[in-house]
Unconditional design. Structure first.
Length: 259
């Protein structure tokens, strides 16, 4: 029977305890916000790793930690595993913030452009480029705005929508241990590439190296081409895997200190 290693046990307990006290206020305060948001605090780089948005979210992350973490801790020791977990989690957060900054900067530029020229044509362009998922909901307003382009009320309503959309996107926090867990999966695939794992869906055996390749390719694809309705932090997953790869390879080059 699989036994929990010390650091894995502590991480599991901390995540469960945090989940039990999680509320909207807690996520707002300790979830990771965009650096362009007034709600951003540096401590969120650490605290977001112990918060989750729902039972399915925490279950999937802790399941990955439970299955793969103890073997890595057994190989590296508790101190090195703890460092690895924090390093990949923080690295994941760093890449997420970098990509998010680029995306939010582009959005803010579009918001400021519309504020300077609030016309029906520019409103439609903003919706098409940045808020396509909301079009069906506001289509009647778009039609009315086009028919009343100089009406101050419609202009103010359009500005209100654009400003609200910006605030909602900028202030949406990211939570979860996924970056660190994806780092653990990457490390497991690098150290035990030919270990066969039995998938749940479908229930077939697959070597760890192929599972890692699939996860990496999937996250890169969805990170670049994801739908606007997809609120999964794919670049945090990619960041966790990337920083895990760097650290494992670095440790592997230090043979006198590795294992």
């Amino acid at each position: 029977m699989m036994s929990l290693s010390p650091v894995v046990r502590i991480i599991l307990i901390l995540n469960v305890l945090a989940f039990l006290v999680t509320s909207e206020a807690v996520i707002k305060q300790f979830g990771l916000h965009s650096v362009l948001s007034d709600d951003f605090r540096p401590i969120q780089l650490l605290t977001h790793m112990f918060l989750h948005g729902g039972l399915g979210h925490i279950f999937s992350n802790m399941l990955g930690l439970f299955f793969f973490g103890p073997m890595l801790e057994g190989v590296w020791g508790s101190r090195r595993f703890a460092f690895f977990y924090l390093f990949t989690g923080l690295g994941a957060a760093g890449l997420y913030l970098a990509v998010n900054y680029y995306e939010m900067s582009q959005l803010l530029e579009a918001v400021n452009a519309y504020r300077s020229a609030p016309t029906p044509e520019n409103f439609m362009m903003f919706i098409t480029d940045h808020a396509g998922s909301a079009y069906d909901r506001i289509e009647p307003f778009v039609t009315s705005f086009e028919a009343n382009a100089r009406n101050p009320q419609y202009i103010q309503e359009s500005l209100g929508f654009v400003n609200s959309y910006w605030l909602a996107q900028a202030n949406e926090p990211m939570v979860g241990a996924s970056g660190a867990v994806f780092g653990i999966i990457m490390a497991f695939g690098l150290l035990f590439p030919n270990t066969e794992l039995l998938l749940l869906f479908p229930p077939i055996p697959v070597k760890a190296k192929y599972l890692v390749l699939f996860y990496g390719a999937y996250e890169i694809y969805t990170g670049v081409y994801r739908a606007q309705s997809d609120n999964v932090a794919h670049f945090a997953h990619i960041g966790g895997m990337l920083f895990a790869f760097i650290l494992v390879k670095y440790w592997g080059s230090q043979r006198k200190k590795f294992y």
